[in-house]
Design a protein around this ligand. Structure first.
Ligand SMILES: [Zn+2]
Ligand SMILES: [Zn+2]
Length: 350
């Protein structure tokens, strides 16, 4: 009845939390940040531990998860997105997220197109992929042996964690309710500024804005526990961070538009646009829509946005466009707009 380890109810709750937390961390660090986005590389021992643990507790195949997730980013909020609540409805994604995942995992085209670069070694080919449904039976045997009858409840909670929290809550609510730091093109939201319970995946709007960054927190008051673990692993030489959100600085001695300005703008376009809205657009919001200055500002904002929608141009052409935009903005003789141009000239990348 009690298994090899006799625990009080609180100890059972704590052990269950730790076990499910390890599963969540395996998903966010190994599947999401390492495999799907290549923002961090892991030491083979660490990466194999995550793979093994995911086999025991989720039955997820690395290639399937990676492919479906990459497709989600590529086709976000369209009919081809495997799990968009904007297209399928929130309750479908929240409650049937795991079914949507299973259906898409059968799509060979998705796996071939988006699943490249995932593990294909002997263990993957002979154990993890063909026997993906056996690992959680071993976990059940371990839970029952160690914790007796309570082990059954602990196992059930372990099995429900990812289908509900990742496939349902992050994929569903994370594209529906919450706050947005960035006005990116999809409907992604940050569920909560403190990302512990879902390993930092709560900060989904930040992630969709900077998908290749290993760190999901952006603001000072945001916390991403997955990033803390990555930093710890990196300190122990067990992980290497490949990409982070680029750092933009304002250089008071810089008064020109150059290739650094252009790079900084492209890397930071969403927050730049927010600055434009706050510093230039907002002071005119109380004026009527017919106010000439307000219309001119709106027009300049549209033209600034065009800078990153025209991707076929060369750097020198984009630079010329930006120079021209600054000159036209200054010629309008609107103080807020002129201040924004001065701000832009001091903008640079670390
Ligand atoms: Zn998403
Ligand atoms: Zn992602």
């Amino acid at each position: 009845m009690h298994g090899l380890v006799s625990l009080s109810i609180w100890q059972i709750a704590l052990v269950t939390f730790i076990l499910t937390h390890i599963t969540i961390i395996s998903v966010t660090i190994y599947l999401h940040r390492c495999q799907a986005h290549r923002s961090v590389t892991l030491h083979p021992i660490i990466s194999h531990f995550f793979r093994f643990w995911l086999w025991l507790t989720t039955g997820i195949i690395t290639k399937s998860w990676t492919a479906i997730h990459r497709k989600h980013h590529a086709k976000c909020e369209t009919k081809e997105d495997p799990h968009s609540p904007q297209v399928l409805g929130l309750s479908t994604v929240l409650w049937r997220g795991a079914e949507l995942y299973k259906a898409e995992a059968k799509n060979i085209q998705t796996l071939n197109r988006y699943g490249q670069g995932t593990p294909n070694d002997w263990l993957e080919r002979h154990i993890y992929t063909p026997h993906s449904d056996k690992g959680y039976l071993i976990m059940l045997a371990i839970d029952l042996t160690l914790f007796g009858v309570s082990g059954l409840t602990m196992w059930a909670l372990q099995m429900m964690t990812i289908p509900f929290l990742a496939a349902g809550v992050v994929n569903g609510v994370g594209h529906y309710y919450g706050y947005r730091n960035f006005d990116c093109l999809d409907a992604s939201t940050n569920l909560f500024p403190i990302g512990i319970f879902i390993g930092g995946e709560e900060l989904h709007n930040n992630h969709h804005t900077y998908p290749t960054s290993a760190q999901f927190s952006v603001k000072k008051w945001e916390f991403d526990i997955g990033w803390q673990y990555i930093k710890l692993l990196a300190m122990l030489k067990l992980a290497k961070v490949k990409r982070q959100i680029p750092k933009i600085v304002l250089d008071k001695n810089k008064h020109r538009i150059d290739i650094d300005t252009l790079k900084a703008i492209f890397n930071n376009r969403y927050s730049l646009l927010r600055t434009f809205q706050k510093k230039v657009e907002r002071p005119f919001k109380h004026f009527s829509q017919n106010c000439l200055e307000y219309q001119q500002i709106r027009n300049m904002k549209r033209q600034l946005q065009q800078l990153w929608t025209i991707s076929s141009k060369t750097n020198s052409e984009l630079l010329e466009y930006l120079h021209d935009w600054c000159q036209r903005a200054e010629a309008l003789k609107i103080k807020q707009l002129a201040d924004f141009v001065a701000y832009l000239r001091s903008y640079t990348l670390v």
